[in-house]
Design a protein around this ligand. Structure first.
Ligand SMILES: [Zn+2]
Ligand SMILES: [Zn+2]
Length: 253
């Protein structure tokens, strides 16, 4: 397949896109939108612009009809409409997203709003929105989607705030120990481990676009292993959950 042919095919829907569609589905309360529904048009425009910036140019790419079809796919997962015939469920990702947000309408609304804000703020590179290589191999996209995941990582890797956090903890405790498992790089590696530890951003992902300034309290110190484990599976764990896990596994051996 040539690049031009590839660009004409419509790419599969991403988690971020399905979250935005599910948010609209929730807003419409199961009602069927008319052809010219403003919100369907708006969502179509937003998604279209993301993909077109990536070189996709199919004539039907995320057009209003495609967005309506996706709402129909989502309805097929809605227990309230279970007995309705003729609704075709789309893919596994829809089921996942539906389940991730089941019974949490407020969380869905906030997450979708945060994604829209992040897109509008235009602070990420276009590839961060859609490409897999925006994340490293072990990093799993959060339930809240790729855009907020990339934003999370960029916040916790910001050199200046990370240095300030380490300096602050070192001044207060005299060491840089992992808040989940207690690991201390100096204890294990001597001088080579001096000043070494990672930071994990602990605020909810839906807060990220709103808070442009990271505060010291937004970060937790974690060793490299614990940080990987937090992000290794969906849903991500928080520090307390990981800490409980580490100690319960330790005690069961
Ligand atoms: Zn650790
Ligand atoms: Zn993290």
């Amino acid at each position: 397949m040539t690049e031009t042919e590839k660009a004409k095919r419509n790419p599969p829907w991403t988690r971020d896109e399905i979250i935005l569609a599910l948010d609209l589905y929730q807003k419409l309360e199961g009602a069927w939108p008319s052809e010219g529904n403003t919100e369907v048009q708006e969502l179509s425009n937003t998604l279209n612009s993301l993909w077109r910036s990536q070189g996709f140019d199919g004539a039907t790419l995320r057009n209003p009809n495609g967005v309506k079809m996706k709402l129909m796919n989502l309805r097929a997962h809605d227990p309230a409409f279970k007995d309705r015939a003729g609704l075709k469920a789309g893919n596994r990702l829809e089921v996942e997203v539906w389940n991730d947000f089941a019974g949490q309408p407020e969380h869905l609304r906030e997450t979708a709003e945060a994604i829209r804000q992040a897109i509008a703020a235009n602070t990420l590179s276009p590839t961060d929105y859609v490409k897999n290589d925006a994340l490293s191999m072990e990093e799993v996209e959060a339930p809240e989607g790729r855009i907020l995941t990339v934003l999370h990582h960029s916040r916790e890797r910001s050199r200046k705030i990370v240095q300030a956090k380490k300096k602050d903890v070192l001044a207060k405790t005299g060491r840089l120990a992992c808040e989940a498992c207690g690991f201390d790089f100096v204890e294990r590696y001597g001088d080579r481990g001096q000043g070494f530890i990672e930071c994990h951003h602990i605020k909810p992902l839906s807060d990220l676009p709103n808070e442009t300034k990271t505060r010291l309290d937004d970060l937790a110190l974690v060793c490299a292993n614990c940080h990987r484990m937090i992000h290794a599976q969906r849903p991500w764990m928080n520090i307390e959950e990981l800490s409980n896990l580490v100690y319960s596994v330790q005690n069961s051996i």
